[in-house]
Design a protein around this ligand. Structure first.
Ligand code: C5P
Length: 413
């Protein structure tokens, strides 16, 4: 969901390729964006406004009739609302109007009033595209900072073959995604643990916990979207993730410990989100334990503390822990932060179905040695990028502080 929280206007002008734009609306929305559709009057003779209204779940703006602005200045409201305007298809006529800054329809007035980027996906007959007038207009728009997406070469609706086909929806989607790629962790290797661990009692039973892995998997996706190479060391969970994430499946705390340590050489950030068992059975039964007596005692021994060991082995590595507590959340979390010498800890209250362990939602406090930030209850998929933002901010602060220290030092020598 790379386009989460993004607001995108998809603007449709008069061209047969408009039927493909209906699919583009769906796919951009599927990536998490909010979409509003704007049409020229001529576009409505190719695809009905109602089609786009139904798909986008929002009225379609064609004229300044106050759908989005009570004062009737919809073109201004939409221009301010949009993080990106994509004109698809962009007809030869629309391109000519844009280069001249015309504003005789809402779509063009909105583009004039928009401070951010406008992308255009031209679609027209190959001769119209090759015409010097269109080429000059396109070059002029490119020089003004418009993004020109396409056109492609190939068979055209008019029966001719040549340049002028609108790019395929999948290609347009990739281009939209590329505008919002977050590069906060570009090129960095982030190792994340997720899910519970299962500690065997005998060949058929284990000690486990209610962790679903949802938070850790959401963090892995968010780290991927922020440009990182991600290794996810996951305990038993049903979660699935992008094939671009390197997942190492483990079962026990000992296996998780080993897998994490094998990833540490080039690791830039370690996030321990897993709910690792604190104890394991000291003597795992080789055969299924039979029901012989009223009482059965299991002897438990402590597991490896992965997070503490990682920080000990690599004191300079930025390490983030999680503290899932049922009471005294902040107090216990702060204690963990200090005890395990962590750089950050994410504290959350568990024990209710409203948030935490198996829920899709969570509310957290982000603690560092000298800061505390609350993030209200939201979907884990929305929370994960916020946690990564907070980590990124801390890393930037540190870099700045060490530069200041360095500067002071070099001044004093
Ligand atoms: O002290 P406590 O176990 O509650 O600390 C929780 C944090 O430590 C979590 O980030 C968890 O992933 C990590 N942890 C770990 N290895 C353990 C126990 C906890 O990495 N054996």
């Amino acid at each position: 969901m790379t386009l989460r929280n993004k607001q995108i206007v998809i603007a449709v002008t008069g061209g047969i390729a408009a039927y493909k734009t209906a699919q583009l609306v769906r796919e951009v929305q599927a990536e998490g964006a909010q979409v509003r559709v704007v049409m020229t009057a001529s576009a409505t003779s190719f695809v009905a406004a109602k089609t786009f209204q139904a798909l986008s779940g929002s009225p379609v703006a064609i004229t300044d009739n106050g759908l989005f602005d009570q004062a009737g200045m919809d073109h201004i409201t939409l221009a301010r609302w949009a993080d990106l305007i994509v004109i698809a298809p962009a007809s030869a006529n629309s391109i000519a109007k844009l280069i001249h800054g015309e504003a005789d329809e809402l779509l063009y007035a909105m583009c004039l009033a928009h401070e951010g980027q406008v992308a255009i996906a031209p679609a027209m007959n190959q001769q119209m595209w090759s015409n010097v007038a269109t080429q000059e207009n396109i070059n002029g728009l490119r020089n003004r900072g418009f993004l020109i997406w396409g056109p492609a070469d190939g068979a055209q609706a008019c029966g001719e073959v040549g340049p002028g086909r609108m790019l395929e929806v999948s290609e347009l989607l990739q281009l939209v995604l590329s505008r919002f790629e977050n590069t906060a962790f570009a090129g960095q290797h982030i190792v994340i643990t997720a899910g519970p661990t299962h500690e065997a009692i005998d060949p058929v039973r284990y000690i486990g916990n209610r962790s679903s892995g949802k938070m850790g998997f959401a963090l892995a996706e968010a780290a991927l979207a922020a440009g990182a190479r991600v290794t996810l060391v996951a305990g038993p969970t049903e979660q699935i993730c992008s094939p671009r994430i390197h997942v190492i499946h483990v079962e026990t705390a000992a296996e998780m410990h080993l897998a994490v340590f094998q990833q540490l050489d080039d690791c830039d950030l370690f996030i321990a989100c897993a709910a690792v068992a604190d104890y394991r059975v000291a003597n795992i039964a080789a055969e299924k334990i039979k029901k012989h007596s009223e009482h059965l005692s299991l002897e438990l021994e402590p597991t490896e503390d992965i997070l503490r060991d990682v920080k000990q082995a690599q004191p300079k590595l930025f390490c983030v822990g999680f503290a899932a507590e049922t009471e005294h959340t902040i107090e216990y979390a702060r204690d963990k932060l200090v005890r395990k010498k962590l750089d950050m800890i994410i504290a959350n209250q568990v024990g209710s179905s409203e948030q935490g362990f198996s829920s899709d939602y969570n509310a957290v406090e982000i603690l560092t040695a000298d800061s505390q930030e609350s993030i209200a209850r939201m979907r884990k998929t929305a929370l994960a990028p916020k946690i990564l933002d907070a980590i990124h901010q801390q890393l930037l602060n540190r870099k700045e502080n060490s530069n200041v220290r360095y500067l002071k030092k070099s001044h004093s020598t």
